[in-house]
Design a binder for this molecule. Structure first.
Ligand SMILES: Cc1cc2nc3c(=O)[nH]c(=O)nc-3n(C[C@H](O)[C@H](O)[C@H](O)COP(=O)(O)OP(=O)(O)OC[C@H]3O[C@@H](n4cnc5c(N)ncnc54)[C@H](O)[C@@H]3O)c2cc1C
Length: 306
């Protein structure tokens, strides 16, 4: 019930200003975002890798209409990748990129150039890039840019969202050999015309998509905290004779950390999505929208004296 209003607020500049200027917000956001600087992100990455986990780092920011900011995002990623490589972390840590942070809303070719520069830096560091998926208005453009990038960087990862009605067909298109595909449920506010509105339907679609990806020739990246989806993935791996490491689980930083470690201890490849940077507002609001108890925690922190 609260999901829709919270997701609408995630795009409000006024509420963003209000929330981000409250000092306590930073305490709350620390649960989901380990820091604002490259150093903090690299430190958190080192800790996660030390516990047997893999990482995908996201330099926070989205929806930019500012050329200088889009350029700054590309620079932030190239600096990060250099640092990961220097610290010997780039074999187990990759990056996730939102195309709207590198200019997709300004000009598609600008976003392609920016993403290409990040892919080049990732390749030099010996790692990969995954293109996050944003709201449905960007899906075709994002998949188009993915196709272009894969000509030179075939390891570039895609993300598909099971709440979109189109996604089962997209899974079939992308389940080819060497194709890395992250499957998530989807985090944006979408109209019924393009997305399932009922959570149960989103979950059923997730299972259908998972079946396509696990039966296919690609590399499925199962991004969910849902214990039922984790169990179904294990059953599908057995059914399709997929050894551990021919697919991976992915979870967000700060969500079900015990489960992340438990799965890794059983020999599964588990990757933690690690966001960092100052532009955490949209990301935080999507996390709050996913779980009402998080919102209670957030509001309580705002009225407490701390
Ligand atoms: C690695 C990764 C990458 C992602 N990339 C994208 C992307 O590119 N585009 C996109 O649209 N979405 C992305 N998402 C978000 C995703 O679409 C969902 O919004 C989010 O993962 C919640 O869905 P769920 O599968 O965990 O299932 P849910 O049914 O929402 O949750 C299942 C259980 O997980 C736990 N849980 C879920 N969310 C939270 C939370 N915020 N706080 C605490 N506990 C929680 C709860 O125990 C809950 O019962 C990504 C998610 C992950 C894990």
């Amino acid at each position: 019930m609260l999901r829709e209003p919270l997701l609408m607020l995630s795009r409000s500049a006024r509420v963003k200003h209000l929330v981000t200027s409250m000092p306590v917000s930073k305490g709350v956001v620390a649960r989901y975002v380990p820091g604002e600087s490259t150093e903090a992100a690299v430190d958190a990455t080192r800790d996660l890798i030390g516990s047997g986990l893999h990482v995908s780092l996201d330099f926070l920011g989205e929806d930019t209409l500012d050329l200088a900011q889009a350029d700054a995002t590309v620079t932030a990623y190239t600096d990060l990748l250099r640092s990961l490589s220097q610290h010997g972390l780039s074999r187990t840590a990759e990056v996730s990129v939102k195309l709207t942070a590198v200019g997709q809303a300004i000009d598609t070719s600008m976003a392609l150039d920016g993403a290409r520069a990040v892919c080049e830096a990732a390749q030099a560091a010996g790692t990969t890039v995954t293109l996050d998926m944003e709201d449905h208005a960007t899906t075709d453009s994002t998949l188009g840019i993915l196709r272009e990038l894969r000509k030179d960087f075939p390891e570039t990862g895609a993300v598909l969202q099971s709440y979109l009605r189109r996604t089962e067909a997209d899974c079939r298109d992308l389940a080819y050999e060497g194709s890395r595909v992250r499957l998530c449920k989807g985090a944006y506010n979408e109209p019924e015309s393009v997305a399932f509105g009922d959570k149960h339907d989103v979950d059923k679609a997730y299972v259908r998509c998972l079946k396509v990806l696990m039966a296919g020739q690609g590399y499925p990246m199962v991004a969910t905290h849902d214990p039922r989806m984790v169990d179904i993935t294990a059953a599908l791996a057995t059914r399709h004779d997929r050894p551990q490491g021919s697919y991976e689980y992915q979870m967000l930083y700060g969500i079900r950390p015990d489960e992340q470690r438990r799965l890794a201890e059983t020999g599964e490849q588990v990757r933690v999505y690690l966001p960092y940077g100052q532009e955490w507002y949209g990301y935080l609001m999507r996390r709050l929208a996913e779980r009402p108890s998080n919102l209670t925690f957030f509001l309580r922190s705002l009225v407490s004296k701390k």
